[in-house]
Design a protein around this ligand. Structure first.
Ligand code: SAM
Length: 196
């Protein structure tokens, strides 16, 4: 049993903490598509939402073409595909070309609502978020203080996700490696759950 249990209340829908938003910013690599944005400040390490879809064996031919397919249990060869049915989480974008780093991550959980193992999206914990642990540059104490105050008043703290900010994960090297084979950057990424 995974250590994270998501209660029925926490996974009640529609999720009020996020919203699906069409992207109309030419500089955004997913311009013309949609993304997932925070409706309120989200604290580091907190649960955002479940990633729901069609649970299938990795041999499923249809899912091989999907851009919404996530490992559920890699050892057992089980994945969850949200291309045909899913929830808001299917709109979470990858951070590349949008921000320097992700602010959220996929984690395995036990869903009390569904009584089964699920994948979920969490705010990146502080220890994994270099934005939170970075020391302010010398002589910048006052601006660092101002920034700290601004995020404290929004409730997210130094890391976390601010109200209105896009929720961005890393799809991992498998996903992008299969789509952009010559991309050297993706090879440095740890192996993460989106299927290639
Ligand atoms: C799981 S979907 C994400 C939701 C998608 N934007 C939508 O509106 O349906 C994955 C697809 O989103 C797009 N996408 C997500 N993050 C991206 C990024 N950083 N750069 C380019 N395309 C991205 C790609 O088309 C990718 O195949």
């Amino acid at each position: 049993m995974p250590e994270n249990v998501v209660s029925t209340e926490a996974s009640s829908t529609p999720y009020s903490n996020i919203r699906i938003t069409p992207i109309s910013d030419p500089s955004h690599p997913a311009n013309g598509q949609s993304g997932l944005f925070a409706n309120k400040a989200l604290k580091p390490g907190t649960f955002i939402l479940l990633y729901l879809g069609n649970v299938h064996p990795e041999t499923d031919v249809e899912a091989k073409e999907s851009d919404y397919d996530l490992w559920l249990d890699r050892d057992a060869g089980i994945a969850v595909d949200a291309s045909r049915s899913g929830n808001e989480a299917r709109f979470v974008n990858d951070y590349r070309g949008v921000k320097d780093r992700p602010n959220a991550e996929f984690r395995e959980v036990w869903s009390a609502r569904h009584q089964e193992r699920c994948m979920a999206v969490f705010v990146l914990p502080e220890r994994k978020n270099s934005r939170a642990t970075k020391k302010p540059a010398a002589g910048k104490a006052s601006s660092a203080g101002a920034a700290g105050k601004a995020s404290a008043s929004s409730g997210a703290g130094a890391a976390g996700i601010l109200k209105g900010e896009e929720i961005l994960v890393s799809y991992g090297k498998g996903f992008w490696g299969a789509r952009i084979p010559d991309s050297g950057a993706v090879e440095k990424e740890p192996d993460i759950p989106m299927l290639p």
